[in-house]
Design a protein around this ligand. Structure first.
Ligand SMILES: [Zn+2]
Length: 177
């Protein structure tokens, strides 16, 4: 229940729509189904899935091969392969596994690493753990809802946070504002 509450709050612009939908209960009033609310409505429906407890084969069926390898088995995209690496459009980068909003386009920056990078995540969207692979200690980041692997966090990012959230493009779905 906590996750549901958090993720609704994190939807930002969609919050009002969700509030409306929650109040009416009927779901698809003409008003709520209008235009840009479609994505929000789909998200609301997707929240009924018990994301943290999907099986490996269920994930495999839901995701593309590369999404599955990255999100579920911590593979890393080859650098400079993400189609939206240079994307400067305003919008939200959602988790490719469960569509939880992870990053806002305003926090994206060019790290010249070949991976989409952000200096801040949306509050509460990520969990972290220590990653000692590759003979060094790194901070792994994953989606707080479906636990899908997103990338790593480094301390060489720009102001104001000094953090670099180095993400795999395969773990992200961009949603234009
Ligand atoms: Zn997720």
């Amino acid at each position: 229940m906590l996750n549901k509450t958090l993720s609704r709050r994190e939807l930002g612009l969609g919050a009002a729509v969700l509030a409306l939908a929650a109040c009416t209960k009927a779901g698809t009033t003409a008003q709520a189904a209008e235009g840009s609310t479609k994505g929000a409505m789909e998200k609301k429906m997707s929240e009924n899935i018990d994301w943290a407890n999907l099986t490996d084969s269920q994930w495999k069926a839901r995701l593309t091969d590369q999404e599955y390898k990255v999100l579920r088995h911590e593979a890393t995209d080859r650098p400079f392969t993400y189609a939206l690496l240079e994307n400067k459009e305003t919008g939200i980068y959602d988790c490719a596994g469960c569509e939880l909003p992870l990053f806002e386009s305003e926090t994206k920056f060019d790290s010249r690493t070949g991976w989409p990078s952000f200096w801040q995540n949306i509050d509460g969207s990520l969990g972290t753990k220590e990653d000692r692979k590759l003979f060094s200690l790194r901070t792994e980041m994953h989606c707080s809802r479906c636990k899908g692997h997103i990338g790593h966090i480094f301390n060489d990012g720009p102001a104001p946070t000094g953090k670099r959230f180095c993400a795999n493009g395969s773990a992200l779905h961009f949603r234009k504002a």
